[in-house]
Design a protein around this ligand. Structure first.
Ligand code: FAD
Ligand code: A2P
Length: 374
């Protein structure tokens, strides 16, 4: 008995390494399987992200937008501190009208004026940069007997003002007029502004807006799409770029390409046209000026010539410029022009295999697509 017990014990002990060996083998096999699965998973993930990156590279609108590197964004962010709401509606600045004159030639439609206000004596001084707007509170009361509300106007002068003294601001205002029930209705604030006489005091608020600021980069390309009074910020940009006194004072030597598309109903309605023609003659390599005169020119379909028709005509050049990460686009004026511009760019982009809406949103994120319409 004692013998057989010892036998069993020895026999059992002998099996221990065999059992360990079996477990070791199982462990290795399972471990290997897990490892293989893990590696396979990792490879799959790598392949997926690689494919995504490749797809990203291959989508041309992404490639264009990716070029909007943080460097370009920095160029825009590096703009010196932008003043905002120095004067609020409850405590507006009381400016003085310096001049108010018509911008239109004989035979023009409607009424559009250039109006300049003296901002001196403000404490604090109302300062602004190109691309911002100010608020105007018209005199009088509304139909409910309450003081009129603020109306915003894009600033048409540079930060130095038209007289370079740094203490004025200029606007470009179209009088709103429309017919209702056989009666002509005049807009409250635009009529107040177009009628205001030099010497009068006026309530000014702001400045506001950071959407339409110019990049600091002297080599940036600036495409401007304006209808009517949407020319106001563009005038400020172009003065900053091409007026000799401005260039000297800014110590900013614009070397890029500026291209203005301007929409007006008649030649007599073109705003600041002589100044822009002058810049074109002085800086032919840096400034292009393309006009769409809706009531005098026809588009290829025989309809009114709008700026979007001009955009279509020059789509190739525009897209070549957009491919350059230093190109910024600015739209200002009639809200109604936005769908037309998009339509033109959608068809121009699709001819190049690009998805405009996707590209536009990427350009917007990179602060290269800037819109102020009203
Ligand atoms: P209101 O007396 O306020 O009348 C306007 C109202 O009239 C409308 O709200 C609508 O209810 C009605 N109305 C208008 N047209 C018609 C119509 N055809 N039929 C029936 N009802 C109608 N304007 C410029 O001239 N120059 C600028 O540089 C400029 N920049 C702007 C910048 C920004 C950011 C914004 C938001 C607006 C800008 N405007 C500019 C527009 C400006 O703020 C005023 O809206 C415009 O001058 C009209 O104001 P109003 O007081 O004369 O008209
Ligand atoms: P039109 O009025 O002939 O239809 P203004 O402010 O001086 O009237 O100028 C605005 C210009 O913009 C005009 O030439 C006007 O043409 C044009 N315009 C009007 N509607 C649109 C639109 N949807 N897209 C582009 N331009 C437009």
């Amino acid at each position: 008995m004692a013998y057989s017990e010892a036998k069993v014990l020895i026999g059992g002990l002998v099996h221990i390494p065999i059992v360990i060996g079996i477990f070791w083998l199982i462990d290795r096999r399972i471990g290997k399987r897990f490892l293989t699965e893990k590696l396979a998973k990792e490879n799959k993930a790598k392949a997926k992200s690689g494919a995504a990156a490749k797809a990203k590279e291959e989508a041309p609108e992404n490639a264009i937008a990716q070029k909007a590197t943080s460097k370009e964004n920095l160029a825009k962010k590096a703009h010196p501190v932008v003043p905002v709401n120095t004067y609020k509606p409850r405590t507006p600045f009381l400016g003085t009208v310096l001049e108010n004159y018509s911008l239109l030639k004989d035979g023009a439609i409607g009424r559009v004026n250039h109006i300049t206000f003296d901002l001196s004596g403000g404490d604090p001084q109302l300062k602004y940069v190109e691309g911002q707007s100010i608020g105007i509170i018209p005199e009088g009361e509304d139909a409910k007997g309450k003081p009129h509300k603020i109306r915003l106007y894009s600033i048409a002068s540079t930060r130095h003002g038209d007289n370079m003294a740094g203490s004025t601001v200029s606007l470009c205002v179209r009088q709103l007029q429309y017919e209702k029930d056989g009666e002509t209705i005049n807009g409250v604030c635009s009529s107040y502004l177009c009628d205001i006489a030099p010497g009068a005091k006026i309530k000014i608020t702001g400045p506001v807006g950071k959407e339409m600021l110019l990049p600091e980069d002297e080599n940036a390309n600036i495409i401007m799409l304006a209808t009517g009074t949407g020319i106001a910020p563009m005038r400020a940009y172009l003065r900053r770029m091409f007026e000799p006194k401005e260039k000297e004072k800014n110590n900013w030597n614009f070397k890029g390409k500026a291209w203005l598309f301007m929409g007006a109903p008649k030649t007599a309605n073109l705003l600041y046209d002589a100044d822009f023609e002058h810049y074109k003659s002085q800086f032919p390599d840096n400034f292009r000026y393309t006009k769409a005169i809706s009531r005098e020119q026809n588009n290829i379909k025989g309809g009114r010539m709008y700026i979007q028709d001009r955009v279509l005509e020059h789509a190739d050049e525009i897209f070549s410029l957009i491919e350059d990460p230093k190109t910024y686009i600015y739209l200002c004026g009639l809200k109604g022009m936005e769908p037309g511009i998009d339509e033109a760019l959608i068809s121009a982009a699709s001819a190049k295999g690009l998805d405009w809406i996707e590209l536009r949103s990427k350009l917007k994120k990179a602060k290269r697509w800037n819109v102020e319409t009203y």
